[in-house]
Design a protein around this ligand. Sequence first.
Ligand SMILES: [Zn+2]
Ligand SMILES: [Zn+2]
Length: 167
Amino acid sequence: MSGIHSGSCFCGAVRYRLTSAPMFVHCCHCRDCQKQVGSAFAINAIIERDRIELLSGAPVPHEMRTDSGRPHDIYRCPACLSALWSDYGRRKVMAFVRVATLDEPSALPPDVHIFTRSKIGWVDLSAPAPGATTGRPAGVFEVYYDMTAEWPAESLARRAALLGAGK
Ligand SMILES: [Zn+2]
Ligand SMILES: [Zn+2]
């Protein structure tokens, strides 16, 4: 990949760029994501928070209710309320960037499709495209997947450096 991906909210008040490739990319078909984005799925590029460089504006966190009780903040443009990224677990160091806010969203295809048990019926995953970080056809999972089997070794190392091993 080119190494630099820029993006923005709908109104353009918040602009950002990713300073490296993400660790991994999810396409999530769970009901929570469907409700929150109002569409068939959410595409999330998982990246270190300090690899999101803000070029203008500052997104603000909105706390979302979760069934697990685990905190989930969605960072939104304060003006147009577009969702730019999620912080699952309120860890501050890792972000799930909404790939559709990138200027070139097709540059980061998902490495995995997850929670396909609730995917919208007409979404056809019979021939998934190669993922952004694995280069292999995206894995398709009814619920979740084994991270050590799916993530590139380099990405697992980045995640461990961020969160500590075993998390
Ligand atoms: Zn905006
Ligand atoms: Zn989801």
